[in-house]
Structures are given as C-alpha cells and as structure tokens.
Design a protein around this ligand. Structure first.
Ligand code: ADP
Ligand code: MG
Length: 241
C-alpha cells in the first residue's frame, strides 16, 4: 500500500534522509524508532506530502506522492496524520473539529458527516465531549479527538508522529488503547513512537532509523529483543534505562 524506495531529502547541506526504502502492506503496522534528529518526522511528512523529497519515490497504492501535484488534498486525505501536539482547531468544538475535513475537503453532507463523527467519537470514548472546546480537554482527550478527526477522512492509512510523547504518563494508555484497537481492525499504520511496549505488542515490523538510514528492520520481536545492529542495541539500552 505504501512503497518507499530510496528516498532522499536535504535541508541545505544537511542530508536528513539518505536513501530510505520501506514497504507497508495493507493492514500492516510499522513502528519507526530511533534517536532524535534521525529523520523520523521528515519521513512521515514526505509520505503525507507535507514535505517534498529530493530523490527516490513514494507511492500510496499506485499514486506517486508529489507535494507539487494538483490533487494533493486528495492524497493528504487518503493518508491521515496524527501529530505529537494534537493540532485541533482551537476555536471549534470537538464535533466541529471532526466533521470539518469531511465537509470541506470530502464535500460530505453535514448530517452524514455528523453521524459518522459521532460514531468515531464514541469509538475513541469522546462522544460526551462533542460540544467542548479543545482547551477544555486533557491532552489525552485532545489526542483521541485528533484520531477521530483523522478517521473522519476515511483514510486508507494513518501516520502517527509520537502521538503520546506530549502526554502526561497517566493519559498515554487511553491513546494507545485506541491505536491498538485500530490496528486490530486492520488499519494500515506507520507509527513513530518511543513506546517500546506498544511497538512490541502491536507492530508487525519495527524499523530503526539512525542518521537518515534504516539501520535495522524486521519483526518487532527480533528488532526489539535481539537487535543485531550495535546502534539499535545502544538505542534500546538508553530508552529502556
Ligand atoms: P526526528 O523526527 O527523528 O527527531 P526530524 O525528521 O525532525 O528528526 O529531523 C531530522 C533532521 O532534520 C534534524 O537534524 C532536524 O534539525 C532537521 N530538520 C527537520 N526539519 C527541518 C527544516 N524544516 N529545516 C531544516 N532542518 C530541518
Ligand atoms: Mg520527530
């Protein structure tokens, strides 16, 4: 479903992605781990066409991702993104946040979009907050609304960029529970995370990104429990300490 081949990306003289190749099949969950600055967010932004890339190819299904293309909104709608900081519209209610994209971008009728939004809010346990403003919610609640908002676009895949890193520890579990449920239902997901327990349990594949390359990838159990690359071993020792 997502095919990334030999993708390169520079910022000025800094080569951030040095030839990344990665395939994500339908229904697969891939966790990206790696030290800060290794290019994880840049890679996700390239997949979602929030960034251009300088070399290689990214395909979603049979469409090449090209940040300069005219149907870019359609492409972004097909691959949802959930950010570390929830990025809800601050002056809109929870429900308005969730239906916004469906109505504005997907041109759905308001009633249908509202019905589906309520279904999604129920799924993430936030239906009782439909009329609240984002600032009235905890970080974990905002993040669950952000996931519902991404789902409202009926994406074929979801990208998560450290979705629990900005949360108080006691709120992390609720967000991971929602993501675990999505994975179980067969959503295709690429997740940048430092939650190794989640990665071990949910990921089909774990990729260790380091200095702009995938230094190691494989089944979650192998990469997380018997890493082969010294940099992976070192990284896991640090995050687990
Ligand atoms: P990670 O998400 O793994 O922490 P990033 O993809 O955010 O890493 O960043 C990788 C590298 O690219 C870092 O050195 C970062 O400073 C640099 N970088 C990221 N975005 C930009 C940008 N818009 N302009 C210049 N440099 C950037
Ligand atoms: Mg990042």
């Amino acid at each position: 479903m997502i095919t990334i081949s030999n993708v390169r990306k520079h910022y000025g003289n800094l080569e951030v992605l040095k030839g990344i190749s990665l395939d994500v099949s339908t229904g697969e969950v891939v966790c990206l781990i790696g030290p800060s600055g290794s290019g994880k967010s840049t890679l996700l932004r390239c997949i979602n066409a929030l960034e251009t890339y300088d070399g290689g190819d990214i395909h979603i299904g049979d469409r090449r991702v090209d940040a300069a293309s005219r149907d870019i909104h359609q492409l972004r709608a097909s691959v949802g993104m959930v950010f570390q900081r929830f990025n809800l519209f601050p002056h809109r209610t929870v429900l308005e946040n969730v239906i916004e994209g469906a109505v504005q971008v997907r041109r759905e009728r308001k009633q249908g979009a509202t019905d589906y939004a309520m279904e999604l809010l129920t799924k993430v346990g936030m239906q009782h907050k439909r009329d609240c403003m984002p600032h009235q919610l905890s970080g974990g609640q905002q993040q669950r609304v952000a996931i519902a908002r991404a789902l409202a676009m009926r994406p074929t895949a979801l990208l998560f960029d450290e979705p629990t890193s900005a949360l108080d520890p006691e709120l992390v579990g609720d967000v991971l529970a929602v993501m675990r449920e999505l994975a179980r239902e067969g959503m295709t997901m690429v997740v940048v995370t430092h939650e190794m327990g989640f990665a071990r349990e949910v990921a089909d594949k774990v990729c260790f990104l380091c200095d702009g390359v995938i230094a190691e990838s494989g089944p979650a159990a192998q990469v997380l429990e018997s890493p082969r690359h010294p940099r992976t071993q070192d990284f896991l020792r640090r995050v687990r300490r």
